[in-house]
Design a protein around this ligand. Structure first.
Ligand code: IVH
Length: 717
């Protein structure tokens, strides 16, 4: 801020916009120095003055509030400030349902998995879904020892010192608590506390939070426990992680038990015996939503019996025994200022709406997805008109929707507000980043850049993906830094492939152009960047696979592959040798069979793997990378001591005591691999009534065959 700042009322809009831009940059730089580098260069009072000035200008020129305005930023410490904690049991998220039909499907899928007929009793708990920050509290011998945020679900941040200041959270548990118990729940802030405190902060520091959840998160993810103490944070317990002894027989009893230990539990939790009862609970909670003192964004249903929860188990990131029934998304109208085309790492051209900032459900939205070119033209995925065929044009007033964490989307336009001179949007047929042709293949909704390796946008996106949180998770390599390294002509400062990241420090040592002297870096951040890179020279196999950006290999499939193959070398060997079926009757070779036999992996993913490992340049890039980093072998999952651990099992014929899905999930939990076909590598075939060709093959190959009852005896269940 200039020493002799003009009074806000004397600023022209042009000056105001310029000053807001300068303030945003300056405050962000101070935030970085304070939070990420622990090296502030201004006093708190100077910092507060900057924020106050920013707030004053924004109040006088609300239309100039920037998307990156410091007044809406969380102001929280970026991760990396706290020590990491590996969760003893992963912290899962929930699948969503949005309608009665979805809910019926969910209940039907639970019944199907358990092979439970419709007339057999099945109860669910229903409770509000709190819009806060999930937390895992580990107690040993009754003492709170660690509090951790969810993080990526496997590893969170250690925020114990801050959490100890939250009055709702007991420091000690009574004597009847198990020796080890991880209590899980939501840290949140009440709406009235949020409003009062936010107003005070606006006055005192010119800094506010967008909603109670951000305020709660910002209060926990900063390093001073006294600040946390001054914020009215609260807690609801609703789940648990590791426990040395079972808590109870049902969800309801278990939560009551948490309540008896002094944890606040939600008093709106109810037991439902049918879909109708679940729906009526949903409606009752929805009707109460506005009058509840805290924000909620849906209703969570959980199978009540814990033995059934155990049998149902988990999909990759969410339990099969629970789901969240979300409230309808929030909507708002605003002006569509421009349509920009983003190029993803696979070359997909995605249209993004740049909007006049608008608040949707408490969050400022400036960008929204427009999906694809047909969507803009008013044509749906099935080729039929959507929005009664209305197209979307720059200058339109549009209806925007935001549902939970999903990217906001443009739903429709307001036809009466369309300017008379507006013109239809023309989707580009060349890539805006490299000028190559962008083509749409037959039957595809997406137009793709054909530039491949020469397209800088794809290369930059691949690196961004590579370092992203659930991939290599390299702190300090954000969007700006990646662009900087990618475009740098100096060979000691250029990063054009993932492997280059790991040679940066080495190249820098032999160079005169010092990264430390580059604007925006500085000694501390360079040191931190190198440390973050070093830390990732060894990386979990699933992260490594996800980072490669192979088509159709997202986090879930990466985990499935890692769990099955256990080492990168094995996966590569199989994928390089696999050959897909060449016409009818050909099952493909044994390697192909192994790929499609991996739980959850089908022919499309298998083919994507074969394609990836069949490309010379991919193998060259991989070898360069493997020279610098080591994907860690995966530990075999399940109870390693089980008699089927490490074995390949095939289920065939009818099963009577469990569904096919449950059989598969159970075998995998016990450390076995489940395959869909019998080969020399099969160790065991579980055959029920009606088994045919697979049983024959197994007998022919001399493979052990047992029936379903013998299976239960074998695995001791
Ligand atoms: S149960 C294994 N119950 O929602 C299931 N989650 O979208 C554990 N959440 O990460 C979650 N209220 O942070 C559960 N009553 C509730 C909840 C709740 C809020 C959060 C939780 C979870 C997220 C998933």
């Amino acid at each position: 801020m200039p020493q002799t700042a003009k009074p806000v009322e004397d600023l022209t809009p042009q000056e105001a916009a310029e000053e807001l831009a300068a303030l945003a940059a300056e405050i962000a730089a101070h935030d970085r120095r304070y939070y990420a580098e622990d090296a502030p260069t201004v006093s708190d009072a100077e910092y507060d003055a900057l924020r106050l000035r920013n707030a004053e200008i924004e109040a006088a020129f609300p239309e100039l509030v920037r998307a990156d305005s410091p007044s809406t930023s969380v102001g929280a410490a970026p991760s990396g400030t706290f020590a990491q904690v590996r969760h003893a049991r992963p912290m899962l998220s929930l699948d969503n349902v949005f309608s009665e039909a979805d809910l019926r499907d969910f209940v039907a899928s639970v019944r199907r998995f358990l092979a439970l007929a419709d007339d057999r009793e099945l109860s669910f708990t229903a409770e509000p879904k709190i819009d806060g920050l999930s937390m895992s509290l580990r107690y040993e011998e009754g003492e709170l020892v660690t509090a951790a945020t969810r993080g990526d679900g496997e590893t969170g941040e250690n925020v114990t010192a801050n959490v100890r200041t939250i009055a709702d959270i007991p420091q000690r548990l009574p004597a009847d608590a198990p020796q080890v118990v991880e209590v899980r729940g939501e840290v949140y802030m009440r709406r009235d506390d949020f409003l009062a405190l936010n107003e005070r902060m606006a006055h005192e520091a010119g800094r506010t939070f967008a909603n109670p959840r951000n305020f709660a998160a910002g209060s926990l993810r900063q390093k001073d426990p006294e600040i946390t103490r001054s914020r009215p944070l609260r807690f609801f317990a609703y789940a648990w992680g590791e426990v040395s002894q079972p808590l109870a027989g049902t969800q309801l009893e278990a939560v009551r038990r948490l309540g008896s230990w002094g944890f606040p539990v939600n008093d709106r939790m109810a037991l439902c015996r049918s879909v109708e009862e679940m729906l009526s609970c949903y409606r009752a909670i929805e009707a109460e939503r506005a009058s509840l003192p805290y924000d909620i964004d849906g209703v969570v249903y959980k199978v009540d019996r814990l033995d059934l929860q155990e049998r149902l188990g988990f999909r990759s990131r969410s339990p099969r025994w629970a789901t969240a029934h979300k409230f309808p998304a929030e909507k708002a109208t605003t002006l569509l200022r421009a349509i920009e085309i983003q190029v993803g790492r696979t070359g997909a051209l995605t249209p993004v709406a740049r909007l006049e900032p608008v608040t949707v459900g408490g969050v400022v939205v400036t960008n929204a997805t427009l999906h694809n070119e047909d969507y803009i033209r008013g044509i749906g995925n099935d080729g039929n008109p959507i929005r009664e065929g209305r197209d979307i044009r720059v200058g339109d007033t549009v209806l925007v929707q935001r549902a939970g964490d999903v990217i906001p989307q443009v739903l429709d336009i307001v036809p009466e507000k369309r300017p008379a001179d507006s013109i239809p949007y023309v989707f580009p047929d060349v890539c805006p980043a490299c000028g190559s042709h962008a083509v749409r293949e037959e039957g595809e909704a997406v137009r793709r850049c054909t530039g491949g390796l020469i397209c800088p946008a794809q290369a930059v996106e691949r690196i961004r993906h590579f370092v992203s949180r659930n991939a290599f998770d390299i702190e300090g390599l954000g969007e700006k830094q990646i662009e900087f390294f990618f475009n740098h002509a100096d060979p000691s400062l250029s990063i054009r492939t993932p492997a280059d990241i790991f040679t940066l420090q080495e190249r820098q040592q032999a160079s005169l152009t010092r990264l430390e002297n580059v604007d925006g870096f500085g000694q501390v951040s360079v040191r931190k960047l190198y440390a973050a890179i070093e830390e990732r020279r060894k990386v979990a196999l699933s992260r490594f696979l996800f980072a490669l950006g192979i088509r159709h290999v997202g986090e879930t499939n990466a985990r499935r592959l890692a769990r099955h193959f256990l080492s990168f070398a094995r996966l590569r060997e199989v994928a390089e040798a696999a050959r897909m079926p060449q016409g009818k009757g050909d099952p493909g070779n044994a390697e192909w069979q192994e790929l499609v036999g991996v739980n959850g992996i089908g022919a499309v993913v298998a083919q994507a793997l074969v394609d990836f490992f069949g490309e010379e340049h991919n193998l060259a890039a991989l070898d360069a990378l493997l020279d610098k980093v080591t994907p860690l072998d995966e530990e075999p999952v399940g109870e390693v001591s089980s008699p089927v651990a490490g074995k390949t099992v095939v289920f065939t014929g009818a099963l009577t005591r469990m569904s096919r899905d449950e059989a598969k999930a159970m075998a995998e939990r016990l450390g076995a691999r489940v395959s869909g076909s019998v080969s020399k590598k099969t160790d065991l075939v579980v055959a029920g009534p009606g088994a045919g060709s697979k049983l024959k093959q197994a007998t022919g190959l001399g493979i052990e065959v047992i029936d379903e009852d013998a299976w239960f005896v074998l695995v001791g269940q």
